[in-house]
Design a protein around this ligand. Structure first.
Ligand SMILES: Nc1ncnc2c1ncn2[C@@H]1O[C@H](COP(=O)(O)OP(=O)(O)OP(=O)(O)O)[C@@H](O)[C@H]1O
Ligand SMILES: [Mg+2]
Length: 408
């Protein structure tokens, strides 16, 4: 780019159609958008692509308050100069709706995702591959796209698949090694983030991808933020069911929220979720935590600033809860046994907000065997290569976004 002018680099682009499923009235919703020419619909994604969809259409993977996520493949050059197609997610943020104030924290969420992803590089975190934006007829920014690598499934879909026969005569018994591998991979991603002072704050099976080879990657950094700003941390906007007691009570919290949420993910693997379906409000969530864990005794009062004063101190029934959950496990062996798992989950799902570090948990007996072999290797891509790849787009985009949020 000519540095002497402010001209923005222009990318050759095409107009595409995205299938957004039917709306509540059963009307088909088709979205039109402009994206660069090196992207194509992923016709091989038979798991999520609707049957019979025209080959020229892209398909949607999910839709949140800030925009939609679309499946695609992207042409890239392999190491031998050959053309390869990599699977990606295009996450589209609709700036027009942010401006119209329809989405309260739209800008914050987009900037967090963007700022976090550009520096993160870990084998268990979905990598940002590209980013681009489009302008409207008046030259105003109207859409921003963030492109990340795409995993085969969401962990939540994988769990649903595993749970298919749970209420039949032949339920599927869960394997300790699977659970160990899932926990190790999530904890590795968290260890990496927490060491860099970042909390994810929205760890849940819907925000974790899994490949057919059981490789996990964490995504959705829309509410991730630095740990070191404790005094401003009272409002957490992500999914209340995954928030520990300190968040329910609007007390200060730290990276321990991610450890708690990871414990809940383990229970979902066993199809024994912590919350029955009837628990659907923050009051009921808090009550459920106190019912299962008991009301904390004096040694925890300091953390909760006597907010539980009116509750009578009592023991919970977490051990009994785990015993029921473990009925779905196949017999273990050596370190992979129920006693070890019970100890690990009791540390992660601990009412005391000072939960162990991810690095400490990775060294737990239950996980040590998995942590030392199959998934140990980290793909270390030098940070400067990653930066060089998208630097120009990112810097320009960030500048534009910053300008925009200041104007609001
Ligand atoms: N790396 C990925 N691999 C596979 N699927 C993904 C990936 N990233 C996103 N998805 C799919 O896209 C959906 C939406 O993505 P994401 O979770 O990042 O946004 P969101 O939940 O809509 O978040 P927000 O509320 O911040 O807009 C996910 O639920 C998942 O189905
Ligand atoms: Mg999400």
């Amino acid at each position: 780019m000519d540095q002497s002018t402010n001209a923005l680099p222009r990318t050759a682009s095409q107009s595409v159609k995205i299938d957004c499923e039917k709306d509540l009235q059963g009307k088909v919703r088709i979205l039109e958008a402009r994206i660069p020419n090196d992207y194509r619909p992923d016709l091989t994604d038979t798991d999520y692509r609707p049957e019979g969809l025209d080959d020229s259409f892209y398909h949607k993977l999910g839709e949140g308050s800030t925009g939609i996520a679309v499946a695609a493949v992207r042409k890239v050059k392999g190491v031998f100069g050959d053309i390869q197609r990599e699977k990606v997610v295009l996450k589209k943020y609709n700036i027009t709706s942010f401006l119209a104030n329809q989405v309260k924290d739209g800008y914050t969420s987009m900037l967090r995702e963007f700022q976090n992803l550009q520096y993160l590089m870990h084998d268990n975190i979905a990598e940002m591959k590209d980013s681009f934006w489009s302008l409207d007829e008046k030259g105003n920014l109207n859409q921003v796209w963030i492109v990340t690598e795409r995993m085969d499934f969401k962990l939540s879909d994988f769990f649903r698949h595993k749970a298919k026969n749970d209420h039949t005569a032949t339920p599927h018994r869960r394997d300790h090694r699977h659970l160990g591998s899932i926990l190790v991979q999530i904890l590795r991603a968290l260890d990496y983030l927490h060491q860099r002072g970042i909390m994810h704050r929205d760890v849940k099976p819907d925000n974790i991808g899994i490949s057919k080879q059981c490789h996990l990657k964490l995504f959705d950094f829309g509410v991730a933020r630095p740990t070191n700003t404790v005094k401003e941390l009272t409002q957490l906007v992500s999914t209340p069911r995954y928030h520990p007691l300190e968040v329910q009570l609007l007390e200060p919290y730290d990276w321990g929220v991610d450890i708690w949420a990871t414990g809940l993910v383990a229970l979902e693997f066993l199809n024994h979720p912590f919350y029955p379906a009837s628990v659907n409000s923050t009051d009921k969530i808090k009550q459920r935590i106190l019912d299962v864990f008991g009301v904390p005794g004096d040694k925890y009062k300091e953390f909760f600033k006597y907010k539980l004063m009116n509750e009578v101190q009592r023991d919970g029934c977490f051990n009994a809860f785990l015993t029921t959950a473990f009925k779905r496990l196949a017999p273990g062996f050596r370190d992979f046994n129920e006693d070890n798992l019970r100890d690990l989950l009791s540390q992660m799902l601990c009412i005391n907000p000072r939960r162990p570090l991810a690095s400490v948990l990775l060294d737990h007996n239950y996980l040590r065997a998995v942590n030392s072999d199959m998934t140990r290797k980290h793909v270390q891509i030098p940070a400067h290569e990653h930066h060089a790849k998208n630097q120009r787009d990112k810097e320009t985009l960030l500048k534009m976004l910053k300008n925009f949020s200041r104007q609001l």
